[in-house]
Ligand binder design. Structure first.
Ligand code: GRF
Length: 196
């Protein structure tokens, strides 16, 4: 069993999809050993608790520099002997230390078909607003490796979701989560853990 560390910042529906997949056996080659949030009181931590998984807070503001924050994330993941780090709605850009220490062992889920609507500033509803403003007929989600370029690492999995004429950023966000994110993230995790 590979050891998985999940980074979160919010509601944690992707975390829930991972925990459910561990429970159902869809993820059978790994288990979540720690969940780290950069924000206090987020529902993702509640989800970790309900699944009897350690949930901790590591806040950026507790550190003098971004490097020190990065160092703390890295030290925590090492202390838990994590094999794979999953960024599941983690709204911080991870630093060089974590990226180099966990090279090819950090993945992220992004709610568009990369290379569209991604990179700095494209997070949350902004991604879906941009897709609707552009007028694309298809969007979706991407699981990719994390390197030093925001949303720039090698693509692991993508799933397309058709846009409807009456979509709002909110309805599109919800459908992309349900139809794409919650499916391809657990699938990618199992594939990676199985091949490690
Ligand atoms: C998801 O849309 C994910 O793709 C993005 O942030 C959102 C997190 O949602 N990176 P949740 O916290 O997993 O519910």
């Amino acid at each position: 069993m590979k050891r998985i560390g999940v980074l979160v910042s919010g509601g944690g529906t992707n975390l829930q999809a991972i925990l459910d997949a561990c429970e159902s056996g869809l993820i059978k080659s790994g288990k979540v050993v720690t969940v780290v949030s950069n924000k206090k009181d987020v529902y993702a931590l509640e989800r970790a608790k309900n699944a009897n998984v350690e949930g901790i807070v590591i806040e950026k503001k507790a550190f003098d520099s971004i490097e020190a924050f990065d160092e703390a994330l890295c030290a925590h993941m090492k202390s838990r002997e994590v094999d794979l780090i999953v960024m599941a709605g983690f709204l911080c850009i991870v630093g060089d230390k974590l990226i180099s220490e966990f090279e090819n062992r950090i993945i992220n889920i992004h709610p568009s078909l990369i290379p569209s609507f991604c990179g700095a500033g494209f997070y949350g509803l902004r991604v879906h607003e941009a897709a609707l403003n552009y007028g694309v007929k298809v969007s979706g989600a991407t699981v990719h490796y994390v390197n030093g370029v925001v949303d720039g690492g090698k693509i692991i999995k993508q799933k397309a979701v058709y846009i409807k004429d009456d979509d709002t950023p909110e309805t599109l966000q919800k459908r992309i989560m349900e139809e794409a994110e919650w499916k391809i993230l657990p699938e990618a995790i199992e594939e990676i853990c199985a091949s490690m």
